[in-house]
Design a protein around this ligand. Structure first.
Ligand code: ZN
Length: 370
């Protein structure tokens, strides 16, 4: 009897390998990947916006592909893959502004290696939307990989340079996560109800932002400062300078959290290099971290602007409900203009100009509406 039971358990594991229990969102994509892991093709393209957790899912999929039981979560393959130390799992991140031709050559050479431990070699290529001159070199490798190599390619979108590569891959789509899903995930992480709701509201569909807000009160304060801006700014120029300073120092404090995480990552990286598990140089790591920090600051600022816009949207809703018609139409017009102005500045800011100058200009425009 006990033999039958073991077989049943084994069958159940095949249907739902335990490694996937830690995947909390994108259940559609996860379902597809569980099936793909039974008989993988040579290349997968994960397409979806930044910050929705494509990297984590790619790592779980890679782990499932090196485990003989498609992700049992307990074997040596799973253990090493989870700790980023599996010899047959190669992760390539760009070191400059794009994946370089040299990096592409290294990937091509590495993909020709025979697997050392698992039955296949898995190559995860991140930030693939940045591929430029390196595309032709990689295309050849991805088109004709050795039979036991699987590529997992991550990109924000299928750019014109990626169309040919995309046509050689099985595409897996990732969308933004709904506020409700984010709320559920935060609650299951153990975040207290009201805080979880507030974090979900400012997440803009990004689990990383929601999680960060739930752990880092400074990050949250940026949003609170932004929402308070309409009460702070007047036509007096001093109030604008003061509010800008307040926002800039809130941004400094919020990004301090990232700096600390990066210092920790650099320490762990030294250890991985010493053990021969990473070939990324320290200089390249620091360069990547610098770029990430800059991006993080911009994302925090964009999130703050979204909070400011949400303040005006709330005003708009309450002006519609207001019994005082004349006052209501004045508030409504003001709120609509403010939302429009914030939207314009958000677009400009995303193109990376002078932060201080723009914040001041935005507050000046908004103060003119009073
Ligand atoms: Zn395993």
């Amino acid at each position: 009897m006990s033999g039958v039971k073991v077989d049943q358990d084994y069958e159940a594991d095949l249907v739902d390998p335990p490694i996937w229990l830690s995947a909390q969102a994108h259940q559609g994509a996860v379902g597809q990947l569980k099936t793909f892991s039974a008989s993988p093709v040579h290349a997968y393209l994960f397409v979806g916006p930044r910050g929705v957790g494509k990297e984590e899912i790619a790592h779980l999929f890679a782990t499932a592909l090196v485990c003989p039981e498609r992700g049992c979560g307990t074997c040596e393959n799973c253990r090493l893959a989870t700790a980023n130390k599996h010899p047959d799992l190669i992760t390539v991140e760009r070191t400059g502004s794009s994946i370089s031709v040299d990096q592409a050559r290294l990937v091509s050479a590495a993909s020709l290696n025979r697997p050392k431990m698992a039955k296949r070699l898995v190559c995860v290529l991140d930030d693939f939307e940045t591929v430029d001159e390196a595309a032709p070199a990689l295309l050849k490798t991805i088109e004709e990989p050795p039979p036991d190599t699987v590529f997992i390619i991550l990109t924000e979108s299928v750019t014109p340079k990626l169309v040919t590569i995309a046509s050689r891959c099985v595409e897996v789509r990732f969308g933004r996560i709904s506020d409700q899903e984010i709320l559920d995930i935060l609650l299951s992480d153990g975040v207290e109800g009201e805080l979880a709701q507030r974090c979900a509201n400012i997440s803009r569909g990004r689990l990383d932002i929601a999680r960060r807000a739930s752990r880092d009160s400074e990050y949250f304060k940026v949003h609170e400062f932004f929402r308070a801006i309409p009460q702070e700014i007047t036509s007096n120029g001093n109030s604008i300078i003061l509010a800008t300073d307040q926002i800039l120092s809130a941004l400094d404090r919020a990004t301090q959290f990232v700096t600390e995480l990066q210092e920790q990552e650099a320490k762990e990286h030294d250890e991985l290099v010493k053990q021969g598990h990473s070939s990324l140089s320290r200089g390249d790591l620091l360069q990547r971290q610098k770029r990430e920090l800059k991006r993080e600051r911009l994302e925090t600022l964009l999130g703050g602007l979204a909070s400011l816009a949400s303040y005006y949207r709330d005003q708009l809703v309450s002006s519609i409900d207001s019994p005082h018609e004349r006052l209501a139409s004045y508030n409504k017009q003001q709120a609509m203009q403010a939302i429009e102005i914030i939207d314009q500045f958000t677009k400009v800011l995303d193109r990376n100009p002078n932060e201080t100058m723009l914040i001041e200009a935005l507050f000046t425009r908004l103060s003119g509406l009073v």
